[in-house]
Design a protein around this ligand. Structure first.
Ligand code: ATR
Length: 279
């Protein structure tokens, strides 16, 4: 029998991670002799953990909060998305060299490709929030040809910083400007924590969007956030955030286990059942 292929997700804390469930489902579905385990690594221990991957027989894994920037600094090579986003969420070995990539932008775009094909036809997108997730999404939007990306953030300086880094076609705005920014947007993305379970609130009013606009949220607890509910009531197409989580896992699985997995309704149902059980 072939050797057990081992991968991991590390973070601090890590108990809440759904990644073991996602990768475990694919390992079972494809009959791969592999494992994918959650490992809690405190920040002080992270450099030694990463340096010891090969010796521990690990083929690579996912890196999550608070280690994404440390992983960015520690890997030997980085893919283009990681360079642009400034964070690494996936590591693997190629010819003995440790690579770091970022699959969040891919996951965001692949989810919309799957659930709302044609989502990238427009030029204007409004992105709410200016943290790490926002950065990945702006990268995806630029790659998909959006020409006018408007970042709105409570702390406008953070949006300005992002706009400076991404350059032409990306602008920064304060929350007060949101309504006037929506009128000609074809896509509205929420990357803020507003609307998350325990932080109920509406990060923007979808009333002012054109009829053809698509609204998506990266929050997936609850699956239908107040923003998505308001957009649906307004008759707009909506896409929830769970698919981004599922799709961002695809490139890592392929690198460690050698098979490109599929995001199926069965996988989605499995995670939704787990989310429901933990309500
Ligand atoms: P992530 O990596 O998930 O993007 P983050 O870097 O902590 O997380 O960013 C969280 C985002 O949610 C920020 O844009 C934050 O706004 P500030 O930069 O002003 O802090 C936004 N956010 C969080 N709580 C918010 C709230 N109650 N109202 C508006 N924006 C909020």
């Amino acid at each position: 029998m072939a050797d057990l292929l081992k991968a991991f997700v590390c973070g601090h804390p890590i108990a809440h991670s759904r990644s073991p469930m996602i990768h475990g489902h694919w390992l079972r579905s494809y009959g791969i002799n592999g494992s994918y385990t959650a490992i809690d690594v405190a920040p002080a221990d992270f450099p030694a953990f990463l340096a010891g991957l090969g010796a521990a027989g690990l083929r690579g894994g996912n890196v999550t909060i608070p280690h994404k920037e440390a992983a960015f600094a520690s890997v030997q090579r980085r893919d283009e998305a990681a360079e642009q986003i400034g964070a690494v969420n996936t590591v693997w070995f190629e010819d003995g060299v440790m690579w770091g990539g970022n699959t969040d932008a891919y996951g965001f775009a692949a989810n919309l490709d799957h659930l709302s094909p044609g989502w990238d036809r427009g030029d204007v997108a409004v992105v709410l929030g200016a943290g790490g997730a926002s950065r990945a999404i702006i990268h995806a939007l630029k790659q998909r040809g959006f020409k006018d990306i408007r970042i709105v953030n409570r702390t406008v300086e953070r949006a300005e910083e992002l706009a400076r880094q991404f350059g032409a076609g990306v602008s920064a705005h304060s929350q007060g400007a949101t309504n006037e920014l929506l009128g000609d947007a074809s896509l509205l993305v929420n990357t803020t924590a507003l609307g998350m379970h325990g932080n109920e609130g509406l990060p923007a009013d979808p009333e002012g969007l054109p009829d053809h606009a698509i609204v998506t949220d990266i929050v997936y607890v609850p699956l239908e956030t107040p923003l998505l509910a308001a957009a649906r009531a307004r008759g707009l197409k909506t896409v929830d955030g769970l698919g981004m989580l599922l799709h961002q896992a695809v490139p890592g699985f392929e690198r460690w286990f050698g098979r490109r997995p599929e995001v199926t309704a069965e996988l989605r149902d499995l995670i939704v059942a787990d989310l429901d059980a933990k309500k």
